[in-house]
Design a protein around this ligand. Structure first.
Ligand code: AMP
Ligand code: MN
Ligand code: MN
Ligand code: MN
Length: 302
């Protein structure tokens, strides 16, 4: 199995199942050599994860996944190589987390109205280490037998028009990218295939994102299909954006994909880690595997 890089994963600081230490160990056991911990709106797992990565001879990339509202839609922007101590980022994330508590109360009230009681306390029981999220409500709904699994939850509950949905305003795209870039990090559009934007809005989003200082989009991610790898490699090429890859691992039973299973980026993409010292080992391993033919951003044939 080849050495690999995974730039999107969650611990129980957000809505993953594993502690930051256990997540790093899990990654190590799946041959990941460079791992980004990207908890939703929270960076408090990074320090301990980095210690564990050092112990295991891995590289830990300091990351975060910021919740954003753009044109009334929720988007996720991943920050990589961030400085979690950068004040605007720190206070911006604190404000988002405060908003999550308000939203959770609204979600629980909506579930109450549908006759599903006790969800606020139930969800918080699973969220002891950090943020409160829909994933914690999902665990409550599955474990109390309301829904059969996570997939059924996100079909019948917690989404627009269904019990447990609560309209919420997250950070602006401008703020999220600004905090990441201002902290010295790299901004990446997470799982662009999941937003159902249509081509016109996708073009608008990527144009605006690049204009704000964004660097990359996730091309290979746990929730993209093989066709979407190609589709988003083309979008990256069109905008001169680099390409990222990450499993978006959350834990057994609630992940789109296990760690270490992602295919390589389409050949012509420029990896977001192209010039990172932390990824030198990955580059030399993949150079040994394939001849690198082109260094310009994602030169896919249209
Ligand atoms: P929140 O940030 O509180 O809205 O929660 C969003 C999280 O819910 C995502 O990061 C995923 O972990 C999970 N989630 C959202 N949609 C789905 C889905 N269709 N299937 C499984 N998990 C989902
Ligand atoms: Mn999540
Ligand atoms: Mn996400
Ligand atoms: Mn994620």
């Amino acid at each position: 199995m080849s050495l690999s890089i995974d730039l999107h994963a969650h611990s129980n600081i957000s809505d993953g199942l594993l502690t930051p230490i256990a997540l790093v160990e899990h990654a190590s056991n799946h041959n990941i050599k460079v791992l980004a911990l990207t908890d939703h709106d929270d960076t408090s797992g990074l320090a301990i994860a980095e210690l564990e990565a050092n112990r295991l001879g891995m590289q830990l990339i300091k990351g975060v996944e910021i919740s954003v509202t753009w044109k009334k839609r929720t988007l996720h922007i991943v920050g990589l190589k961030i400085d979690p101590e950068y004040t605007p980022l720190k206070s911006g994330l604190a404000a988002i987390r405060a908003g999550r508590h308000v939203r959770a109360t609204g979600m629980a009230a909506s579930l109450d109205k549908a006759g599903i009681m006790g969800s606020l306390e139930g969800a918080y029981e699973y969220a002891q280490e950090g943020i409160i999220s829909r994933t914690h409500f999902a665990r409550f709904l599955v474990n109390t037998g309301v829904a059969k699994d996570n997939k059924a939850v996100f079909k019948n509950y917690l989404v627009k028009g269904k019990p447990g949905y609560f309209e919420h305003q997250w950070a602006s795209l401008e703020d999220a990218v600004g905090w990441i870039v201002g902290s010295g990090g790299v901004a990446v559009v997470a799982h662009p295939g999941r937003y159902d934007l249509g081509r016109t809005n996708m073009l608008l989003l990527l144009e605006e994102f690049r204009g704000l200082g964004g660097t990359a989009i996730e091309v290979v991610t746990g929730s993209h299909t093989a066709d979407q790898y190609i589709e988003f490699a083309k979008y990256a090429h069109l905008f001169g954006l680099k390409a990222s890859q990450g499993s978006d691992y959350h834990g057994k039973g609630i992940s789109f994909m296990e760690m270490g299973r992602l295919p390589a980026l389409p050949n012509q993409c420029v990896p977001v880690w192209q010039d990172w010292p932390e990824a030198a080992l990955i580059r030399s391993a993949s150079l040994a595997n394939q001849a690198v033919t082109n260094q310009s951003p994602c030169t896919m044939s249209e």
